[in-house]
Design a protein around this ligand. Structure first.
Ligand code: FRU
Length: 433
């Protein structure tokens, strides 16, 4: 009887610790994602290619507004501020990620943006270049979260990604806004237990990500977090198929992988870490809030908008980041739950919130939903000649230069009701109000 009891106790203990772990991470399943299909409510309007660039001397892509700690868009001395990844516009668009620099723009009306300059001097920052993040102002101090990509002084371009924070002073006058006296720190690196390290990914995976820190104060608990793009931990050899990745029992019965070994390499995750000090420089990594194992490789720029009792979690991904059993467009995808770290269900059943029109499938990217339901993004590829191609990489330099937008796209207004969303209308490029 002693033996029976211990066996029972250990089974219970094992059972409960496993369920605590699995109940925390929601799955975006193959069943969910196989329902992805453009509808009227999830398709963005076509963008006429008669736009004016917001900064003709720059390519502008991933953009985020300066927010208050509670997530609302901030106004400093009468000015709104946005931060954008930028590169000189005479550079081949495909090369821009290798030299990305964070610049800021400011505006009184929240739609006509004036270039302020570099957010900080990149020589004092971490990384050989800086990728996307988020920005929060508290008591007059700027907290600019960014991705430190590669290492200072590296010879060739490398892709290590670490989450970083630059704290700076804000100077606001009738002349505009500027920032100074930055202090940089690395705030989080993958540890290989919840989030994949570069080294684990190098053992047979198709890539690795650890980027796009996005600050979030939970209105229900007042606790502070960062969300980020990551990958489920471990090497491909260590990874096993959990049937929950596939979907419901009835879906599982009829499903078979076209290439399970390849599908296994898709392990996108939305990470979360809780701040453990008041200056936002230290965090404890928690299990991912969402994983897309066997489904998708890159869940980019995750962010949350709250409405009523619900958390709305949004992320961006590309057509070519879906696994071999799925066919889905570049788009903004979303999930909702009444708890921050568990229970996420895809919006609109499949997760698709916003895609480009099918005939212009790559016209914009890197959507970000603001608390007022406005969605900003950048104008990516335009197809003046009717060609609808996903990658400018293989084209001539002239073609690349003449087909990259590199400026903010028309803002889209989204209606969100329970677990459904709807594109309502589009408006002025880069309008955040
Ligand atoms: C999305 C993205 C981000 C990254 C940036 C690099 O467009 O891939 O995840 O921070 O671009 O340019």
């Amino acid at each position: 009887s002693f033996l029976v009891t211990t066996a029972l106790v250990s089974t219970l203990a094992f059972g409960s610790s496993v369920s605590a772990e699995t109940s925390q991470t929601s799955n975006w399943t193959i069943e969910d994602a196989s329902q992805i299909e453009r509808t009227k409510d999830t398709t963005a309007p076509y963008i006429e290619p008669d736009f004016e660039k917001m900064a003709p001397e720059l390519h502008v892509w991933d953009t985020w507004p300066l927010r208050n700690k509670d997530g609302s868009v901030a106004k400093v001395n009468g000015y709104y501020v946005i931060f954008s990844l930028t590169a000189p516009s005479d550079l081949l668009p495909g090369k821009r990620h290798d030299v990305a620099t964070i610049r800021y723009f400011y505006s009184k009306d929240g739609k006509s943006w004036k270039l302020g300059g570099e957010a900080f001097d990149p020589t004092g920052a971490y990384g050989s270049r800086q990728w996307a993040g988020s920005a929060m102002i508290e008591d007059g101090e700027l907290n600019l979260f960014y991705t430190a990509t590669g290492r200072k002084g590296e010879e060739g371009v490398t892709y290590e990604q670490r989450l970083a924070l630059a704290k700076g002073e804000v100077n606001a006058s009738s002349e505009g806004i500027s920032f100074e006296n930055f202090d940089h720190s690395i705030i989080l690196e993958p540890e290989g237990e919840h989030y994949q390290t570069e080294e684990q990914a190098a053992q047979g995976d198709i890539g690795y990500t650890f980027r796009d820190p996005w600050f979030f104060e939970d209105p229900k608990t007042g606790k502070d977090y960062i969300l980020f793009e990551g990958n489920s931990a471990g090497t491909p050899a260590e990874r096993t198929l959990d049937t929950n990745y596939i979907g419901s029992r009835s879906f599982q019965k009829d499903f078979s992988f076209t290439d399970e070994g390849f599908a296994k390499l898709f392990n996108g995750a939305i990470g979360i870490a809780e701040a453990t000090n008041d200056s936002y420089t230290e965090y404890e990594a928690l299990p991912p809030i969402l994983e897309a194992n066997y489904v998708n490789q890159e869940l980019e720029r995750p962010h949350i908008v709250t409405k009523g009792n619900q958390y709305y979690l949004f992320t961006n991904t590309h057509e070519h980041k879906f696994g071999p059993d799925l066919d889905a467009p570049d788009g903004l995808y979303g999930f909702s739950s009444d708890e921050l770290t568990s229970g996420y269900e895809p919006l609109n059943d499949s997760g698709l919130v916003l895609a480009n029109p099918e005939e212009h499938a790559y016209q914009s990217y890197s959507w970000m939903v603001l608390p007022n339901g406005k969605v900003i993004s950048f104008y990516n590829f335009h197809d003046l000649d009717g060609k609808n191609i996903s990658d400018l990489g293989g084209t001539t330099p002239e073609y690349q230069m003449s087909h990259f937008g590199g400026t903010l796209a028309p803002t889209i207004k989204l209606a969100i009701q329970n677990d459904k969303t709807k594109v309502i209308k589009d408006g002025h490029p880069g309008k955040i109000k």
